[in-house]
Structure formats: structure tokens, C-alpha cells
Design a protein around this ligand. Structure first.
Ligand SMILES: [Fe+2]
Ligand SMILES: [Fe+2]
Length: 206
């Protein structure tokens, strides 16, 4: 039921504040992205566990999930965070200690995303890829991204909250990538229609 609520909320409200330079709105958008990314990696983990248990996973679904991860979280969400953290460092260096590795984290996650996307797409197309390699790569990706998002939620986003609460309420959004979320935004891109149906099917069964 929790999953259902998250999906309905995400699909209903989407990602409409793309051009905003209001720091609180940008942060809310990033938190909403995290809820959507959590749905994706839950699905990816479910399919990976099916492979591990010798079952028959939905490789097309895994391919669609990883395609989404490369075109929205890696291409829009993480670069936006990089800009936000850079601004935090510029205006509140006292709140910016200990996150020098964040940009490297984003790069490593993007590399893992692309590698996993290519692996599952190859299997979906009939290529012989070792099942245990898919499981290992997928679960490492799930754990990496979960840990990363948890760090941001429990630490980095709270530092941005503090920046906002101390009066720095507008940020430079000029270099944000302006691309709506193709799955959870107000319009679902055609190529992700099947992925949305899978999400809704999971929600209906919850
Ligand atoms: Fe991030
Ligand atoms: Fe994030």
C-alpha cells in the first residue's frame, strides 16, 4: 500500500518545477525524484532476485528501468544536485565539508547504470550473458544508489535546508538540464509506456 501511494503521488504531481530557481522547490523536486528512483530500484531488485532464485525475470522491464535511469536520474537529477551542492559550497562553505566525493559518486553511478543497461539489453535481445553477472551488477547498483540517496536525504539535503532557512532562498538554475521526467512527469514518453504499466501493476497488487 505504501508503494501504491508513492506511485499515485508521483504520477499525479509529477515534476513540474523544472525552471524554478527557488531552492526549496528544487529540493522538493529532488526528494520527489528520490521517491521515484526508489520505486525503480525496488523493481530492479525484485527482478534480480528472480534471476538469483532461478526464476524467469522480465528482462525487457529491467532494460526499460535502466534506460530510464540513464536518461533522467543520471542525465538530469544528478547534474542538478551537482549545481546545487556547488552553490552550497560557494555561499556556505561551513556547511560543505566532507562531500568532495559527491561528483565522483555521480559519475560512478552513471557508469554502473550504462554498463547494467547494456548488459540487460543484451540479454533481452538474446545474447548469452551470465545470469550471475547480471545479478551481481544489479544488486551492486541497487545498493550503491540506495546508499547514495540515503546519504543525501540524511545529510546533504539537510545542509541545503539549513542554507535555505538561513536566508539563501534562490539559486542559480541557469545551467540546469531542462528535461521533464519521462516516466513520472505530467507526460509519459511513449517508449516508457510499458514501464508505467508495470509500475501500475505492482501498485495494484500491493
Ligand atoms: Fe546524488
Ligand atoms: Fe539524489
Amino acid at each position: 500500500m505504501i508503494l501504491t501511494a508513492r506511485i499515485v503521488d508521483s504520477v499525479t504531481h509529477g515534476n513540474n518545477a523544472l525552471m524554478s530557481n527557488n531552492a526549496a522547490e528544487v529540493l522538493e523536486e529532488l526528494r520527489n525524484d528520490h521517491r521515484n528512483m526508489a520505486i525503480m530500484i525496488d523493481l530492479l531488485e525484485r527482478e534480480s532476485n528472480r534471476i538469483y532464485e532461478g526464476g524467469e525475470p522480465d528482462y525487457d522491464l529491467m532494460t526499460d528501468i535502466m534506460h530510464y535511469m540513464t536518461v533522467y536520474p543520471d542525465a538530469v537529477h544528478h547534474p542538478k544536485e551537482d549545481r546545487l551542492y556547488a552553490e552550497l559550497k560557494a555561499v556556505r562553505p561551513d556547511l560543505s565539508q566532507g562531500f568532495d566525493r559527491i561528483t565522483l559518486d555521480h559519475r560512478q553511478i552513471a557508469e554502473q547504470s550504462m554498463a547494467l543497461r547494456d548488459s540487460v539489453a543484451a540479454v533481452a535481445a538474446g545474447s548469452p550473458v551470465y545470469r550471475n553477472k547480471i545479478v551481481t551488477d544489479a544488486l551492486r547498483y541497487v545498493n550503491t544508489l540506495r546508499g547514495h540517496m540515503q546519504w543525501e536525504e540524511l545529510d546533504l539535503f539537510r545542509r541545503v535546508d539549513e542554507m535555505i532557512n538561513s536566508g539563501h532562498v534562490e539559486i542559480d538554475a541557469a545551467n540546469f538540464v531542462h528535461r521533464p521526467d519521462p516516466v513520472f512527469g505530467s507526460t509519459v514518453e511513449n517508449k516508457f509506456g510499458r514501464l508505467v504499466e508495470s509500475i501500475q501493476a505492482v501498485a495494484a497488487c500491493s
